[in-house]
Ligand binder design. Structure first.
Ligand code: M6R
Length: 606
């Protein structure tokens, strides 16, 4: 969850490191630091809190070195403080780390017993101690790092600088992402692509267990057991501008407005309105043996997966189970070669989703991932991948990743439906035509969000919110509530509307805004009854309703209209006003929208 950058070249590296860290700050922002080579020794600068604090230090001290590493932290072991900020230096060794060293307590006790003293509470600091000890013995930097890594259990992406070896960075990965950027007489290290996209588009994705020695003139990669390996650079097609705010106040707002384009890019070239087919890139499902689809994901991606269950079951008539990565992996799941296991992840690095996929694959299931980040770990460990083309998502609150995941799951539903025959050609053609028209309707919803602004102002100080939906809109209620709580810090719950009378109805009074997803279609009458029950108890009802539903206005306090579309495609529209509502409320409350407290974009630890 932390972010790592590194640079080896001929330019002064402090600005490059800070710029990279700025782009990685969404991974964590409890503290930041750099280690820069100056006169053969690393010079460490660290500060608690946001990167801007570190920038002030760098501006004051103006380090001149051209080789350096940087880190932005999301605290796991040890509170956020300058003392616990990375890099951690011990002896000749400076280290930055992303991940968790699970046997750190035992290693720390062992090192303390042999006379080491520690200056932080982190698990990371032991890595610097181990490398320094090994270096004293071997005088070989790569060998020392390798020996230290062999003692570690857990997940790590690390970058290391050694005093006296000024022209290189050694880095390694195991269960945490790390990429190398290839330049002309300069090279880069980063936790992910957008951090260095303004410097190079040629990226090497390190594999599990790789160790790289990165110098300006070249990169040498080997494995933990010392075997040399070649990893070819891949050209990244994302544009550096895509990772900028483009005139918007926040990345989240920009990303909300990018959704029509992102959904178009995700479906374009993968559907044929003339044959009614949808194509899953280079992945073949054996329909003879397929018995079930299991989808695993976390957070917002889990909500997309819940919609996916409805889509696949209704289009293909194949049973679908959905599970949270963190639950699935620990319950000895019943899964086998007759199951298609689908992992949904924006980042492709979420530890729990990755572990769940490994668990299922180990038991014989074929794995398809739906992912946004090319070359990330989850797609690399899958049998097939359906990339969403959202482009870099920087705001911690996921928006365009979600709608592109819905679009990808719709493609999967159509594909499987055509293969089982449950979706006839005429029905598939109609659906595809409606899907292709959807980005324009999404744009319409986003361009007419004045009502959302009024509602946001009215309820910005509410203490709690309730979101209700049925069928495919139930996961959207969950997603609306998640968006609101993560960026505005207002408590919010999503609930299946039919369950309200089994408990949550007790919460309703005149102070509780209730957002009800009530577009026309299946379940409409039932949801109208539910909103009447809320109103009868003085609750304030905000309805998301289909344009042309002239009745609903008399039954609720506010109506946000969306175009009338078929049930399967509604989630792609109903979620938009909820994202916008969460955004506006958070902005009014003055929270840090793109980097909400305690969160990180990629959850690469359990
Ligand atoms: O990268 P992933 O899609 O695997 O991430 C999963 C969740 O961590 C993520 O969706 C998280 O819930 C977002 N902050 C929600 O906005």
């Amino acid at each position: 969850m932390c972010g790592i950058v590194g640079y080896v070249g001929s330019e002064r590296c402090s600005d490059i490191l800070v710029d990279g860290l700025r782009r990685l700050e969404y991974r964590g922002y409890d503290s930041a630091g750099t280690a820069i080579m100056e006169g053969g020794e690393t010079h460490i600068l660290r500060s608690q809190g946001k990167l801007s604090n570190l920038s002030v230090l760098i501006d004051e001290q103006k380090p001149q070195g051209t080789v350096g590493i940087g880190h932005t932290r999301w605290a796991t072991h040890g509170r956020p403080s300058e003392q616990n900020a990375h890099p951690h230096k011990y002896g000749n060794v400076a280290v930055v780390h992303n991940g968790i060293i699970e046997n750190h307590a035992a290693l720390r006790a062992e090192l303390e017993a042999s006379g080491h003293t520690f200056s932080s509470e982190t698990d990371t600091e032991i890595v610097a101690h181990l490398i320094d000890d090994a270096f004293k013995e071997t005088k070989d930097s790569l060998e020392s790092v390798r020996q230290a890594l062999c003692r570690l259990e857990g997940a790590y992406a690390i970058s290391v600088l050694l005093d006296g070896v000024p022209d290189q960075i050694i880095c390694a990965r195991q269960d945490a992402p790390l990429i190398l950027g290839v330049g002309e007489n300069e090279n880069y290290i980063a936790s992910d692509v957008p951090a260095i996209l303004n410097r190079t588009r040629d990226m090497i994705f390190l594999e599990e267990g790789d160790i790289a020695v990165v110098r300006a003139e070249g990169i040498a990669i080997s494995t933990l057991d010392g075997k040399s390996v070649e990893r070819k650079p891949q050209k990244i097609m994302w544009d550096a501008m895509m990772a900028e705010k483009g005139g918007h106040k926040h990345f989240m707002l920009k990303e909300i407005f990018e959704q029509p384009r992102a959904v178009t890019d995700t479906i374009r070239d993968r559907v044929s309105p003339t044959t009614g087919d949808a194509f899953i890139d280079d992945f073949d499902v054996d329909m003879e043996t397929l018995r079930r689809v299991v989808i695993v994901a976390c957070g917002t991606s889990y909500h997309a997966a819940l919609v996916g269950k409805f889509l696949i079951e209704s289009m293909a008539r194949i049973p679908v189970e959905v599970d949270l990565g963190s639950e699935f992996r620990y319950r000895d799941p019943l899964i086998n070669k007759h199951d298609l296991l689908v992992g949904v992840s924006q980042s492709g690095e979420t530890a729990d989703t990755l572990a769940a996929l490994r668990e299922g694959r180990g038991k014989g299931a074929r794995v398809l991932s739906i992912c946004n980040v090319v070359g990330s770990t989850i797609p690399r460990e899958s049998d097939g991948v359906l990339y969403t083309h959202a482009g870099p998502e920087i705001g911690v609150a996921s928006t365009k990743a979600f709608t592109t995941q819905l679009a990808a799951l719709t493609l999967l539903g159509i594909h499987l439906g055509r293969r089982t025959g449950a979706l006839t050609e005429p029905k598939a053609k109609e659906l595809i035509n409606d899907l292709l028209a959807l980005p324009e309707q999404m744009k319409e919803v986003l361009d007419h969000s004045a009502t959302v602004d009024v509602i946001a102002r009215r309820y910005a100080n509410a203490r709690d919110f309730l979101y209700l939906g049925r069928g495919m809109n139930y996961p959207i209620a969950l997603e609306g509530a998640l968006k609101l709580k993560e960026i505005s810090y207002i408590h919010a719950e999503g609930y299946p509307a039919g369950e309200m009378k089994h408990g949550p109805i007790a919460l309703i009074d005149e102070n509780l805004p209730v957002v009800v997803l009530a577009p026309r279609g299946s379940g409409y009458e039932k949801i109208i009854n539910n909103l009447a029950e809320v109103r009868a108890r003085e609750g304030k009802v905000i309805a998301i309703a289909s344009r042309g539903d002239n009745e609903i206005g008399n039954k609720v306090d506010d109506v946000i209209q969306i175009p009338d579309v078929r049930t399967e495609l509604q989630p792609l529209l109903t979620v938009l006003p909820l994202q916008m509502l969460a955004y506006r409320i958070a902005d009014i409350r003055g929270t840090d929208v793109d980097q909400p407290r305690n969160l990180a974009k990629s959850v690469t630890v359990e």
